[in-house]
Ligand binder design. Structure first.
Ligand code: GCV
Length: 703
């Protein structure tokens, strides 16, 4: 056979297989419920045709209809729904209390977290039952999603006895949606909640979003920007919010809101919002009561105060504890929670002051307040001390609030990590932070602190800024949805392995073909390092335009302004000296053991060196390279690796539906081009600064 004929035949084969895969927009996310291939279907033949819900609630109904939907879509099996257990094989859905009343021998007093679930197969009277039991109704829903996920991943579900519980009670998502429909740091279209100053009349997408969130165990969503428009608390807004809560409720997702501290003045007409003023306290109480009257399962508020120009308690000489507590006391009788953000800093710092350091702000401000917060206040702490950079150390504040509930704040929206135009799977970064041991009197990894386990706190957990938009596939880049999935999975269980998560997500999103799974999972897992390589290595942070878009390269913008994202680059060296001995003293905010890891050049890991220290460009890293050569090499490596992502993806031609294949391909090709722009901008910038040529002579010497 000549080679031309060969090419024609191979192309035709590829085309045929591509055409046979139905187009997909990505709108279904990981809940595609793709038909199980014939060869695999046999292992599910024994599953029942009937589903019985024991009990009655909106969430339980969702669980039952989700099971019906998934079974039909994956296995072509139409389940019949029944009210009572009869003498036939069946799925049985309900809470432990209700189901154990129906089946003898189940231990109703076994411990099952309210949001936890138990998947259990039992035989009674010659019949077999697949029990999906929740600690509460949400647990049953989560169990149903987990069961369906196993089938979607082609796992055996014939014998089950498996209990799962979430790591922490707070597993929230946040949206930074503005009432006009725009989204701060949103990269996937306009708001699914608001338009033109009001809540959208069609909230279909809000319901679908809640379903996606519930499928990975997220139990609340704050729908508006933390730079909150006070109008969200005005009386005429409440009925609109009721509609959002109604759209969320079937999925066990509670509505939460971001609120501005000045609301008592802005919408309440008071003369002050001083948190210690009695009228202010009464106003918050009345407002909160009004909300709960209409939305009894309201989750609570998120507060950003005294930060980036927002109003705050400092205006009255009060503390964050004063501000948080006045609202928390209003929420407490209803079971509501107040998430107070630790992102408080002065953005008018003097860049000439070598002791000034934005990274120190949260600890300096909040540490003295430890123990002063009500027990329904949760301090929401960004993972690093600056601002969602491509790499930061874990915030020292995590280890400093033993008498305060804590939550970690993450970003699914890729503000500083490529804005969903670049592939950057963030789970490996989150995992490093969650696993980081703060060494406060023994082993105290961040994950256990925020779970509330370390210091036996009643509350704690996770909140991530997600910022889905009206784009059909939610986050604009089809692969960016892996971040939302991973966030939910890690909030549920921060001990999960990142590869397990990326494999799972790939199977659910693109199918179980081993080549597809291994290729996409490997791409995801390498992508954070690739992005870090061509943007900001050695702990410098993302060297982007920090004054504007936070997207393109612009290291100059970091310096000579009050924002404090300084890299302190001059002709001799680079990096922030944060040591206690000669620098800003930031390292002193960690426990002695962690201080030891960072304070000397010899001990400090390369990847955080320039976050912690100022060194000459000629300083030799543990890797054996000089700092400047590392900067050059990592940028060239990163750009080459970004190009490599395109080639890896191209191997999947014909194995993924054409629509998503092309969409991802275009994104990756664009990213590869942008990585070259980053490489050249940063490498040239450092060459100009340092005057030290690249050993490999890749940078034009005449600049
Ligand atoms: C909502 C960063 C972002 C801001 C954001 C802020 C915050 O500074 O750039 O857009 O404001 O963080 O987390 O409050």
């Amino acid at each position: 056979m000549n080679s031309l004929r060969c090419i024609v035949i191979v192309s035709a084969l590829i085309l045929t297989s591509v055409l046979s895969l139905p187009a997909e927009t990505g709108a279904k996310g990981w809940l595609r419920y793709a038909p199980v291939p014939d060869g695999m279907a046999a292992r599910y033949h024994g599953l029942p045709d009937v589903v019985i819900s024991v009990g009655n609630s909106e969430v339980l109904n969702s669980a039952s209809s989700e099971l019906v939907r998934g079974m039909e879509s994956m296995l072509g099996k139409r389940l019949r729904t029944k009210q009572n257990v009869a003498a036939e094989d069946a799925f049985v859905l309900g809470s432990l209390k209700d189901v154990s009343g129906t089946f003898e021998g189940l231990n109703p007093s076994r411990s099952l977290d309210a949001d936890g679930f138990w998947l259990r197969t039992i035989e009674r009277g010659g019949k077999k039952y697949w029990l999906i039991i929740g600690g509460g109704e949400r647990g049953t829903l989560y169990g149903t999603f987990a069961f369906l996920s196993r089938i979607a991943q082609q796992q055996d579900v014939n014998e089950l006895n498996d209990v799962k519980s979430p790591s922490a009670p707070i597993r929230w998502a946040s949206q930074w949606d503005n009432l006009d429909g725009s989204i701060e740091r949103g990269y996937a279209g306009r708001s699914i909640f608001f338009d033109n100053g009001v809540v959208r009349s069609d909230l279909t997408r809000a319901g679908e979003y809640a379903r996606l969130l519930a499928s990975v165990g997220i139990n609340a969503c704050a729908i508006n920007n933390v730079n909150a428009d006070p109008r969200i608390l005005s009386l005429d807004f409440l009925p609109q919010l009721v509609r959002v809560a109604d759209a969320f409720r079937p999925w066990g997702v509670k509505l939460a809101l971001s609120v501005d501290l000045s609301s008592p003045v802005a919408v309440g007409g008071l003369k002050t919002f001083d948190p210690l003023d009695r009228d202010v306290a009464a106003w918050w109480k009345k407002k909160v009561d009004e909300i709960y009257q209409r939305i009894p399962d309201f989750a609570g508020f998120v507060v950003k105060a005294d930060s980036e120009g927002r109003s705050g308690p400092s205006q009255y000489g009060r503390t964050a504890a004063d501000a948080a507590n006045v609202i928390a006391r209003a929420l407490k009788p209803h079971g509501g929670v107040l998430m107070y953000r630790a992102f408080v800093y002065n953005h008018h710092l003097d860049w000439r002051d070598m002791k000034a350091d934005r990274a120190k702000a949260a600890y300096d401000y909040f540490h003295p307040l430890d123990g002063q917060f009500e027990d329904n206040v949760v301090l929401q702490i960004k993972y690093g001390p600056i601002d969602f950079q491509v790499r930061e150390p874990a915030s020292p504040l995590f280890g400093a609030m033993q008498h305060t509930n804590e939550a970690i704040e993450l970003q699914v929206t890729q503000e500083y990590t490529g804005q969903q135009r670049h592939l950057c799977f963030l789970a490996p970064m989150w995992k490093e932070i969650l696993d980081f041991d703060m060494h406060v009197n023994g082993a105290t990894p961040v994950k256990e602190i925020v779970e509330g386990k370390t210091w036996h706190r009643p509350l704690g957990g996770f909140n991530a800024v997600v910022n889905v938009g009206l784009d059909e596939n939610w986050l604009a880049h089809p692969l960016a949805m892996a971040n939302l999935y991973a966030y939910g999975r890690l909030a549920w269980n921060p001990d999960l392995d990142t590869k397990e998560i990326s494999d799972e997500w790939t199977r659910l999103t693109f199918g179980n073909d081993p080549q597809v799974v291994s290729t996409i999972s490997a791409m995801l897992l390498s992508s954070w390092h690739i992005y870090e390589n061509y943007t900001g290595p050695l702990g410098l942070g993302t060297l982007t335009d920090i004054l504007g878009s936070h997207y393109e390269p612009n290291p100059d913008s970091a310096e000579h302004n009050g924002w404090g994202q300084w890299i302190r680059a001059d002709s001799q060296g680079v990096g922030m000296d944060r040591t206690v001995a000669t620098g800003t003293g930031y390292i002193g905010q960690y426990s002695p053991k962690v201080q030891k890891e960072y304070k000397t050049l010899a001990a400090c890991p390369d990847e955080l060196l320039l976050f912690m220290h100022h060194v000459p460009y000629t300083y030799v890293l543990h890797s054996g390279k000089t700092v400047i050569q590392h900067i050059y090499d990592s940028h060239y490596d990163g750009a080459a690796e970004a190009a490599g992502l395109v080639s890896q993806w191209e191997l999947l031609l014909g194995k993924i539906d054409e629509q998503r294949y092309q969409k991802v391909l275009q994104k990756l090709q664009y990213q590869a081009g942008e990585a070259i722009v980053w490489r050249d901008t940063i490498a040239n910038w450092f060459f100009k600064k340092s005057g030290i040529p690249d050993e490999k002579d890749r940078i034009a010497r005449k600049q």
